[in-house]
Unconditional design. Structure first.
Length: 393
């Protein structure tokens, strides 16, 4: 009798495990590649989706990389919130909207200034959007970013994502933004993007989205923007410096020398002395020369020392500009000073935690930069310059 019951149980389990009754075929999905969220004058939310066009793929649309045919289409709808707009949008798309491949979310500047908390709630609560998707703020209408037809890539969402992968400006994912908004500082940053106008002879929609700086948030509201130069300083402070060039003019030189920073070590050392809150920023970096427009011989210790001094001064100015704007222009702790103070001085931090927005602009900052040039490239003297014109200092 026991054996019969076991056999019946096994057969019953087999019936439960077999079959794909809840499967969704790829042919039934509208695969979203990028999304834009903005607000209209009547406080309605506009949701725009960039979706793969299967017909364009089947007919070879977009092949050749020349921007001759788009493989995506853009659909928009307005609702009281994202959920409402998505519901209305779904009723006009014959396939089920699928967020799993969406790697780019763009907030309109107008919406960002009003607040993005409700939008973040939807994106984090919904099971499909990727937590590692990149977030941005656009200058003007974000829908135009999705509608552009870049000549080098298949669709604009891919252009924006690849710029972030190259570390052109800030790189912020959905989970990063959530941590910043609920963190001790309640200050956040997102890459600020615009559309580069199309070149001569190109079509109107062939503009390319590009990163022009950083949008700064106090809590969930955008308070302003930082320039590309100031953004570089923030990247230094966050140890996120990568993939860009520093051009400096050594003392006495008429032209510039360009370097690629190859490594950087940044320490934020908080101090409280006589009730004065102070932050020591120590930077130790190494650079590699990629172009020498001067007549200096870089194998000379004197020339090298002059170059390293100019390198240090340039980094110092970038960091100083970033801190100045964070403390006095935006009054938002996007440099994470509060986090460092809370770790080293937990008791003192607890007393001023609720007043950190007032204390942060008064924090005294000292910047100490130590720069070294370890690589001069394959040649020591300026290329193509006669030996008699080369100087050691």
């Amino acid at each position: 009798m026991k054996n019969i019951l076991r056999i019946l149980c096994i057969f019953g389990l087999i019936l439960l495990l077999s079959g794909c009754w809840d499967r969704v075929e790829v042919n039934d999905l509208a695969i979203v590649t990028a999304a834009a969220i903005d607000i209209k004058d009547d406080n309605q939310i506009e949701l725009s989706l960039q979706v793969f066009d299967p017909k364009a793929l089947s007919t070879g649309g977009g092949q050749g990389g020349g921007g001759g045919g788009a493989i995506t289409l853009v659909r928009s709808q307005i609702g009281s919130n994202i959920s409402d707009a998505l519901s209305k949008l779904q009723s006009k798309i014959p396939r089920k909207v699928f967020w799993g491949q969406c790697k780019v979310f763009i907030f309109g500047e107008k919406l960002a200034k009003k607040g993005i908390q409700e939008q973040m709630d939807f994106l984090l609560r919904h099971p499909q959007p990727r937590e590692r998707a990149y977030l941005y703020v656009s200058k003007g209408d974000p829908k135009k970013m999705l509608e552009s037809l870049p000549p080098l890539e298949r669709y604009s969402g891919e252009v924006i994502r690849e710029l972030s992968d190259l570390h052109i400006g800030m790189q912020v994912t959905m989970v990063d933004l959530d941590k910043m908004l609920i963190g001790k500082d309640q200050a956040a940053t997102l890459p600020f993007i615009k559309i580069l106008p199309p070149g001569k002879g190109q079509e109107k929609l062939q503009g390319i989205p590009y990163i022009v700086g950083t949008a700064v948030f106090k809590k969930d509201k955008m308070s302003g923007t930082m320039s590309e130069k100031a953004t570089r300083g923030i990247l230094w402070l966050r140890n996120e410096m990568e993939a860009y060039t520093v051009s400096v003019k050594p003392e006495g030189a008429k032209e510039e020398i360009s370097l690629n920073p190859v490594s950087a070590r940044v320490k934020l050392i908080p101090q409280i002395r006589n009730k004065q809150w102070k932050m020591l920023v120590k930077v130790n970096t190494e650079g590699s020369v990629i172009q020498n427009g001067t007549n200096l011989k870089l194998s000379s210790p004197k020339s090298l020392k002059t170059l390293e001094k100019a390198f240090e001064e340039d980094i110092h100015k970038r960091i100083e500009l970033a801190i100045e704007q964070a403390q006095h222009k935006h009054k938002a702790d996007i440099v994470k000073f509060g986090l460092e103070f809370s770790r080293k001085y937990p008791k003192e931090w607890k007393r001023i935690e609720n007043r950190w927005a007032e204390v942060f602009p008064e924090v005294e900052v000292e910047i100490d930069v130590e720069g070294h040039v370890r690589r001069q490239g394959y040649i020591n003297t300026p290329g193509g310059m006669p030996e008699k014109e080369v100087k050691e200092k």
